[in-house]
Design a protein around this ligand. Structure first.
Ligand code: HDE
Length: 726
């Protein structure tokens, strides 16, 4: 609140100082001149001043005409420039990732606040204040490289820590559990989720027979599908999702003591989601919505941040839970083992080249550093093999570690040699060990990766631990923990997904699975998909909850980086627009202008520059909308179908809507709730995130506060009256 008061106070000062709305827009996008380039991307090309050459450095004076026998003659085979250019082009593509093909990435660092020396010898987790460079790639799982960002899917959250002791890759997701318990089933779950093989449809979605057929026959998926049907599977932004290592890993300290650990990344902006209708529309309006959001935030200096949290379990406590710590379909509820926040992950630099960095980065769960080990989780054990193997095909051979983005920051010295695309020129005559020169020498065990000697015994068999057999208790815990509106979204998602399933047997089996989780859930979904509702609850009843699982309880105290659209038409009230925009900007939000055309639009006193027109922007691209006063301007908005749809759609999607003076008439004319209009000197009452006022510009403090709260709340779910349980 103090922040907002300050914001509104500074608003007037900013207004006086800059005197122009354009400057306000510039500061909305960032603090320096660099970010004002955002909209146009007018970046100097580093190749400027160089001449074109062949790949072997020969200068070229014509790259538009192939070498021919006569002006109209056939092209000559002799044209090495043409052949080189075309051959290179023909081989530009590498295989996309089998899963997680669609993604984007950024550079940053991890800074440690609390030493974990007691638990691990990994140096980047021991030295407080130490900054370790990272490269983080976010992704969807099922879609191809060109698919839309906002589909319903799990999101990858892969972090490469370039530590002084080698690379540590934490290849996680935004959901803390997984579909299956044993890696051998991974090809099955992915085949079932990907487009069906006979006609390659549908792209990037699980709403089809194959996926739900597999799920309905595989009870261990029960917990995970509750998460993928929830709002977690349609995040607002990569910056507002949690990250999880998913498996139990093992920390080992200097004394060789082992402990189990689960890794969490917690976004400082809170964990927020889109709503389904919005996600689907964004798939058409801006298929790059998440990619663009991350890129623009970093360019504008609004660096995304997460806390790194750990849940640590002593080895002696391994068997004290009613689930198996090695079962990746289970969380450790935070009520049982609290999350200890130990450091901060910050992303502060975009890539220079998407292919060289984001496409060629090779994460491997087997990239571990001394002090961190894989547990016996059978899903993780399989991943230890799969990632390295997949890079051999994707990146063309065993030297992928030499690609700049994959190189460790510490020296690499060994006797491995040759292979496709070898970069390093190894000197000397020694390529074997032992050798008479004793080089390179073996590391001292105090520095080396030494697997903690743990006893392993058992009969050779294909089986799982007994606790792996229970699949529903945590699925119920998740459902119990959701707010009414999260439950409503989950029911709608299940009804949508299964509504696309033709096979009635699959739908019936899914209702049976839901009925093992929650009777009411099964009944509601059955009703929507034309299946007989169950007669009695088939599950093991419990009403435990874990508040940390609900997004209703996430951080809602900031409006930083929220994109707020100002709908403008000629004659808008310039003083109101400048003041509100400056207030939002000072509180960290981004004010953006949408007008009848891109470029300058005149207000009652001065003009503003619109980044978007009604044609190029839609409400789904923003976090809220503001309509200021101005008779002529509001009359124009009221005539525009696009503008009316914008307000109605914002309302439907639960977004904050603010209006001043004549703007209030516009909002009211659309039937939105305007509980009480505040006139001069009157207290403002906002309703359901609709904030309206007729107060003069000098008296907008109340309005500003209410608007701040409405934006910080993220969504106003009370508008979803149709979903309110009776
Ligand atoms: Fe992956 N996974 N996965 N996965 N995964 C890949 O590796 C695999 C699993 C995850 O941004 C592939 O380089 C198996 C769980 C992410 O580049 C491949 C199993 C979790 C990424 C592969 C799993 C993940 C991948 C494809 C079952 C969360 C993208 C391309 C045991 C903890 C990394 C590649 C990036 C990518 C195999 C299950 C996360 C084929 C066999 C569980 C974030 O190797």
């Amino acid at each position: 609140m103090d922040q907002l008061k300050q914001a509104v106070d500074t608003a007037t000062a900013i207004k006086d100082a800059v005197g122009s709305v354009a400057s306000t827009v510039a500061s909305a996008l960032g603090k320096d001149a660099k970010s004002t380039q955002l909209a146009g991307h007018t970046v100097e090309d580093p190749q400027k001043g160089n001449v074109i050459t062949t790949n072997f450095g020969v200068a070229v004076d014509d790259t538009d005409n192939s070498l021919k026998a006569g002006e109209r003659g056939p092209t000559l085979l002799e044209d090495f420039h043409f052949r080189e250019k075309m051959t290179h082009f023909d081989h530009e593509r590498i295989p996309e990732r089998v899963v997680h093909a669609r993604g984007t990435a950024a550079h940053g660092y991890f800074e440690l606040d609390e030493s974990l020396e007691e638990f691990t010898r990994a140096q980047f987790l021991c030295q407080t204040g130490k900054r370790t460079p990272v490269f983080v790639r976010f992704s969807t799982v099922l879609g191809s490289r060109g698919s839309a960002d906002t589909v319903r899917d799990v999101r990858g959250f892969a972090v490469k820590f370039y530590t002084d002791e080698g690379n540590f890759d934490l290849v996680g997701n935004n959901i803390p559990v997984f579909f299956i318990q044993d890696a051998i089933k991974f090809p099955d779950v992915i085949h079932a989720g990907k487009p069906e093989p006979h006609h390659e449809m549908p792209q990037a979605q699980t709403a089809h027979d194959s996926f739900w057929d597999f799920v309905s026959l595989t009870p261990e998926t029960a917990h995970m599908i509750m998460w993928t049907l929830s709002d977690r599977a349609i995040p607002r932004s990569y910056r507002t999702m949690q990250g999880f290592g998913v498996h139990s890993f093992v920390l080992v300290n200097k004394e060789g003591q082992r402990r189990f650990v689960k890794f969490h990344f917690i976004p400082r902006l809170g964990t927020h989601s889109l709503v389904w209708d919005e996600a689907q529309k964004l798939g058409g309006t801006d298929p790059d919505f998440h990619r663009r959001d991350l890129y623009e935030a970093i360019e504008a200096g609004a660096y995304p941040e997460w806390d790194l949290g750990l849940q640590i379990v002593d080895e002696a406590d391994e068997h004290k839970f009613d689930f198996d710590l090695l079962d990746a379909t289970k969380i450790i509820p935070e009520e049982l083992v609290p999350v200890r926040r130990v450091g901060r992950l910050v992303l502060n630099r975009n890539t220079d080249n998407f292919f060289c960095e984001t496409e060629q980065v090779a994460y491997c769960t087997s990239h571990l550093v001394p002090g961190i080990e894989a547990s016996n989780d059978p899903l993780l054990q399989g991943r230890q093999f799969s990632y390295f193997d997949t890079q051999l095909t994707r990146l063309g051979g065993p030297n992928f570690e030499e690609i700049p983005i994959n190189r460790p920051v510490c020296p690499v010295t060994n006797n491995q040699r040759d292979g496709f695309m070898r970069q390093k020129i190894n000197k000397g005559r020694v390529n074997y060990y032992p050798n008479r020169f004793g080089c390179p020498a073996l590391a001292d065990p105090s520095r080396a990766y030494v697997h903690a000697p743990v006893e392993v015994h058992g009969r050779k068999l294909r089986a799982r631990g007994p606790k792996f057999a229970e699949h529903y208790r945590q699925a119920t815990l998740f459902y119990n923990s959701l707010s009414w509106w999260e439950k409503a979204h989950l029911v709608a998602a299940a009804s949508f997904e299964l509504g696309k399933v033709d096979d009635v047997g699959v739908r019936e089996r899914m209702i049976d699975m839901f009925n093992h989780i929650d009777f009411e859930l099964a009944t509601r979904v059955a009703d929507a998909i034309g299946v007989q509702p169950p007669k009695a609850f088939a599950g093991e009843a419990h009403n435990q909850q874990s508040p940390a699982l609900s997004q209703a309880n996430t951080a809602k105290d900031s409006i930083a980086t929220r994109k707020i659209a100002f709908l403008v038409a000629p004659g808008f009230n310039n003083a109101q627009l400048t003041t509100v925009a400056a207030g939002l900007t000072a509180a960290g939000a981004m004010a953006m202008y949408v007008g009848p055309r891109k470029g300058e639009v005149k207000g009652d006193a001065g003009s503003t520059t619109c980044q978007f027109s009604y044609l190029t922007a839609r409400s789904v691209m923003f976090d809220g909308v503001v309509v200021v006063g101005g008779g002529q301007h509001v009359a124009a908005l009221s005539r525009s179908g696009e503008c009316k749809a914008w307000i109605n759609e914002s309302f439907k999607h639960g977004k904050p809507i603010a209006a001043l003076e004549e703007g209030v008439d516009f909002v009211q004319s659309l039937g939105l709730p305007v509980v009480k209009l505040a006139g001069p000197g009157e207290a403002l009452v906002a309703d359901q995130g609709v904030v309206t006022s007729r107060q003069p510009v000098a008296d907008l403090l109340d309005f500003g506060k209410a608007l701040f709260n409405a934006i910080a709340a993220h969504r106003h779910n009370e508008r979803e009256v149709d979903s309110v349980p009776a």
